[in-house]
Design a protein around this ligand. Sequence first.
Ligand code: ADP
Ligand code: MG
Length: 310
Amino acid sequence: MRKFKTESKKLLDLMINSIYTNKEIFLRELISNASDAEDKLYLKSLTDSSIKLEEDSLSIRVTPDKDARTLTISDNGTGMTADELEANLGTIAHSGSEEFKAANAEHQGDDVDIIGQFGVGFYSAFMVASKVRVVTRAAGEDVAHVWESDGLEGYTIEDGERDHCGTDVILTLKEDVEGTDGAEGERYSRYLEEWELKNLIKQYSNYVRHPIQMMVTKSRQKPKPEDAPEDYKPEYEDYTELETINSMTPIWKKRGDVEQKDYDEFYKSAFHDWEDPARTITFHAEGALEYDALLFIPGKAPFDLYRKDY
Ligand code: ADP
Ligand code: MG
């Protein structure tokens, strides 16, 4: 077993023992890593002709397995060599993690929910997982490597197998904790539920530019039999289908082919309003800087609009 570096161990302690309510951001972090890895492979493919990328082949897959109590986040990005595994997952790689550690030290004891403000990175997986297994194969390599850890003292790296380059991050979720009088419980098994995962992806990763896909269960009407009796009632059956959960392109960039109802939906979910906006203004500026903006005038004036402070 290899030991975590001291700084990493401190961060891991924070992650594992944190009582933050938004542990759910671990998914955002792992998806963002998967997306980065796909960007890196794409960039490499532009200069390295040995890397052949099918157009649109880059995607992220989220797979819950209730029987095994695992949640897997897979990508077909650049992957990691054994040395990269050691360097990237054995130490804090990201300055955001350092910032988080510093801010956490400052706010120790306060009831502030600061974790969501930082890119806390890979280790956030240990907020919800008792074991993390990373199976990865670097682009251009034939062998795969497996990194595994319970997030406490250290980790192991062994040889493994994977069909293509890319990475699977396999989380074994912690056992659910019953709520007691003083303390709230924690149902980690909710991260195995389809609708919960869908919601989290939409909430935190909607504009990730690669498709985030998941097998989802749907219902459909069975075909009516030839000899159906007159009082035949339609029957339904469940089936599963791979679905892209995120919308990818931000709505403010999709100028032209957006309908008003899409703007209305976006406005209502982003700004927690029940009513459609009175007016939507799209804005595109080009110059030394280029940017898109979307302005909404709410349907109803806020109640304190005419107060001096407002
Ligand atoms: P950050 O993403 O901000 O660099 P993280 O803690 O999230 O910090 O990840 C640490 C590093 O581990 C990344 O910079 C990257 O090099 C590597 N890594 C993590 N996940 C993946 C992945 N799915 N594929 C390839 N590399 C990864
Ligand atoms: Mg990251």
